[in-house]
Design a binder for this molecule. Structure first.
Ligand code: HEC
Length: 138
């Protein structure tokens, strides 16, 4: 049993690494079509997270604006100011997105956001799903 488990741990990152190569489309869970119904709405689910946690610092000045009318345009496909050439949000790829990495606090791109705190696990999952579902304008 021990041996089988360690094989799984070895195989999983490989699968993830190769599964991500050359994939431009949003991830579709196995068994569903290429465009499953999105479960997250940007305006109704994601923007309120910015409103509650980010606008004190990203509301008016500085390089990243997260106010409702312009937040998505400031995120999706935009080269990061502090971590170029990394992209703030790569549709379908949370792990390649500066935004998601900074929110999960794994220090690939500097300090965790929101600076001085952390999102709840639920909010973090909402952001992750939004990116994974293609970072839609919905
Ligand atoms: C207390 C102030 C503060 C709060 C609140 C805050 N940030 Fe930041 N944020 C910063 C500062 C300062 C930087 C620049 C330094 C850095 O990259 O860590 C930054 C940088 C970033 C960057 C990198 C931008 C780039 O292109 O380099 C992202 C993405 C980001 N913040 C997202 C967020 C999100 C999303 C929230 C809310 C969940 C948030 N931040 C809340 C202060 C804040």
């Amino acid at each position: 049993v021990k041996h089988a488990r360690s094989l799984l741990f070895l195989a999983l990152p490989l699968f993830v690494a190769f599964g991500c190569a050359d994939r431009g489309d949003p991830v579709a869970p196995a068994g569903e079509g290429p465009n499953p119904e999105p479960t997250v709405s940007y305006q109704n689910d994601v923007q309120p997270i910015w409103n509650a946690n980010c606008l004190s610092c990203h509301g008016g000045n500085g390089g990243l604006f997260l106010t409702a009318s312009i937040s998505r345009a400031n995120l999706v496909g935009v080269v990061s100011f502090g971590y170029a050439p990394a992209i703030r949000v790569v549709p379908g790829e949370p792990d390649s997105s500066v935004l998601f990495q900074k929110l999960s606090g794994n220090s690939l791109f500097g300090q965790r956001m929101p600076a001085g705190g952390a999102l709840s696990a639920d909010d973090l999952e909402t952001v992750r799903l939004w990116v994974e579902e293609g970072a839609l304008d919905n």
